[in-house]
Design a protein around this ligand. Structure first.
Ligand code: SAM
Length: 235
């Protein structure tokens, strides 16, 4: 049995026709992977793959052998549908980032795009480290707070998104080091915006609009305080 965190925000993301749901969008993903050495022999895991946009891109563009895992059954169904429709041989697993049912040292790259904020970070990072080959790389696009927030501010953000905790740059680095990662690099990206790619709005209940409105309100209220970074590191 999977424990799905209490997040109305993630619930709506899974129900809406959202292509991808991480800061920077697919354009940032494309930029990041241009700099990596990926080819047909690369084994890649997308942790918290959502509807599978990144996984599909990596398989299509580089011919890489990609696996996706996500805890949410609606996301998993959409990702599987996408792979079938595009004839992509990508395995999508329904499971938790905190306990991934795959053997050690399997992947050359693991990516998480706006996922670790929602989970138990030490557990998920331990799993990611275990699954990487020696010399393999982990790349994460993750929410990062630029300063410590007041308790009520923190609670507002955590409760709305269902984040496990709010994390500063130095906290992410400490967590990655604790899991065993080396050569940790951090990049701030401001050139690519953080819009979601919302595709269609069929049969959407009014509550969903309220949630999206709240999402954009939080983004503007905490502008400069809540942003994201690109973390990359090596096993
Ligand atoms: C903001 S969405 C990002 C989805 C995708 N990475 C993307 O960029 O489009 C967060 C995703 O993390 C997944 N997720 C949340 N907790 C998880 C967990 N414990 N294990 C695996 N996936 C999880 C959610 O179901 C959701 O698909």
């Amino acid at each position: 049995m999977f424990i799905i965190q209490n997040s109305k925000y993630l619930d709506i993301l899974s129900k809406l026709g959202i292509e991808g749901a991480h800061p920077g969008g697919i354009n940032l993903t494309k930029e990041i992977f241009k700099r990596e050495n990926i080819n047909r022999k690369s084994y890649i895991l997308d942790v918290g793959c959502g509807t599978g946009q990144t996984a599909a891109y990596l398989a299509y563009k580089y011919g890489a052998k990609v696996t996706g895992i996500d805890i949410n059954p609606t996301m998993v169904a959409k990702a599987r549908r996408r792979m079938k429709k595009n004839h992509l041989p990508i395995k999508i697993i329904q499971g938790s980032a905190e306990k991934i049912p795959l053997p050690d040292n399997l992947f050359d790259f693991i990516i998480s795009e706006s996922v670790l904020s929602f989970v138990n970070k030490p557990k998920a990072l331990k799993e990611i480290f275990r699954l990487l080959k020696i010399g393999g790389r982990f790349i994460a696009i993750e929410h990062t707070i630029n300063e410590r927030l007041k308790k009520e501010e923190e609670n507002e953000i955590k409760q709305f998104y269902g984040f496990d905790s709010l994390t500063m740059k130095k906290d992410w680095v400490a967590l990655m080091k604790l899991a065993g990662f080396e050569h940790i690099r951090i990049q701030k990206n401001t050139s690519i915006d953080s819009m979601l790619n919302i595709h269609y709005f069929n049969d959407i209940e009014p509550e969903f609009y309220d949630i999206m409105r709240k999402h954009f309100n939080i983004l503007s209220k905490y502008e400069g305080k809540l942003s994201y970074r690109i973390y990359s590191c090596t096993k």
